[in-house]
Design a protein around this ligand. Structure first.
Ligand SMILES: NC(=O)c1ccc[n+]([C@@H]2O[C@H](COP(=O)([O-])OP(=O)(O)OC[C@H]3O[C@@H](n4cnc5c(N)ncnc54)[C@H](OP(=O)(O)O)[C@@H]3O)[C@@H](O)[C@H]2O)c1
Length: 278
């Protein structure tokens, strides 16, 4: 049985991915940070009638990453897919007002966390000719006002994975990015860090007000459920040749197409892979 590791599975998209991948026939290892999250994962898996194994993982802690991968390999002897899902929305702020430490924290979870887990998983994915799938965002393609740290981290993920994909393909590992727009039935907003002192104010107050109005209307246009996003992730895990860049809805596709003349990444993949071939 193929083994899939899903990070950040205590809620939202990660939990939906764990259940959907198990339904699709994977043996799923779902990670949580806190033991308190385990019953929710077990309940969701039980309700869906599928087995999901729960392992502890803090993506910013290299020792935790090593322990998690060792647990997967000890138990299953293989890893066929990694779904990098763990992440957070970062502070809603702007350059002048947000502490540098908050930017670093966003990079630590949303970028270095993804890289650290991917790095530990890579030898096993190479052995299985597996899949490395990372949940990015349309905000990793078009910078989101007042979410500079989050967009920066997701842009970093996009650049890292785009550069890695042709190299990984040479050793039999398929790399994909999944780009949802808004997904409302998750704990993303509730889990976002807050800092009243960093809330846009003074010369930024009017723009922030207008932005919040847009969030209440524009941002919910095209919103999806976590289960809908998970269905796209399962396709990325099971399709013969998944695209490099996968938008999870027509809305998300139109959104990023404003920036990307090449929305599924195939033209860039063709170019960068051609540099590695005789
Ligand atoms: N919701 C959206 O609108 C949206 C849109 C596009 C992309 N995304 C992306 O989708 C992914 C999942 O988000 P979501 O909406 O499902 O939010 P969520 O419900 O808050 O889930 C985030 C998950 O990541 C985990 N996590 C956070 N920091 C972690 C760390 N340092 N180590 C290990 N796990 C950590 C959380 O665990 P705890 O419960 O322990 O905090 C939780 O399980 C994120 O990468 C996000 O950027 C979300």
């Amino acid at each position: 049985m193929k083994v899939a590791l899903v990070t950040g599975a205590s809620s939202g998209i990660g939990l939906a991915c764990a259940v959907a991948a198990a339904r699709a026939g994977f043996s799923v290892v779902a990670t949580v940070r806190s033991p308190a999250a385990e019953p929710a994962v077990r309940a969701a898996a039980g309700q869906a009638g599928v087995p999901v194994e729960v392992v502890s993982l803090e993506v910013t802690d290299p020792a935790s990453v090593d322990r998690c991968l060792a647990a997967v390999i000890d138990r299953h002897g293989r890893l066929d897919a990694l779904v990098n899902n763990a992440g957070n929305a970062g502070l809603r702020t702007t350059l002048e007002l947000g502490p540098l430490a908050a930017l670093r924290a966003s990079m630590e979870v949303n970028f270095f966390g993804v890289v650290g887990v991917s790095r530990a998983a890579m030898p096993h994915l190479r052995a299985s000719h597996g899949r490395l799938v990372t949940i990015s965002s349309v905000r990793g393609v078009i910078g989101q006002p007042f979410s500079e740290g989050y967009s920066a981290a997701k842009f970093a993920v996009e650049g890292f994975m785009e550069a890695l994909a042709p190299v990984a393909a040479e050793v039999g590992v398929s790399v994909s990015l999944v780009e949802p727009a808004a997904v409302l039935d998750t704990a993303f907003i509730a889990n976002a860090p807050t800092d009243p002192a960093a809330t846009p104010s003074g010369p930024y107050a009017a723009a922030f007000d207008r932005y919040r109005q847009w969030v209440g209307t524009g941002a919910v246009e095209g919103a999806q459920t976590a289960a809908e996003v998970a269905a796209e992730v399962v396709r990325a895990l099971t399709d013969d040749r998944p695209a490099f860049r996968i938008q999870t809805s027509e809305y998300a596709r139109r959104y990023v197409a404003r920036k990307l003349a090449d929305p599924d990444g195939s033209a860039v993949q063709q170019l960068t892979r051609s540099w590695l071939r005789p």
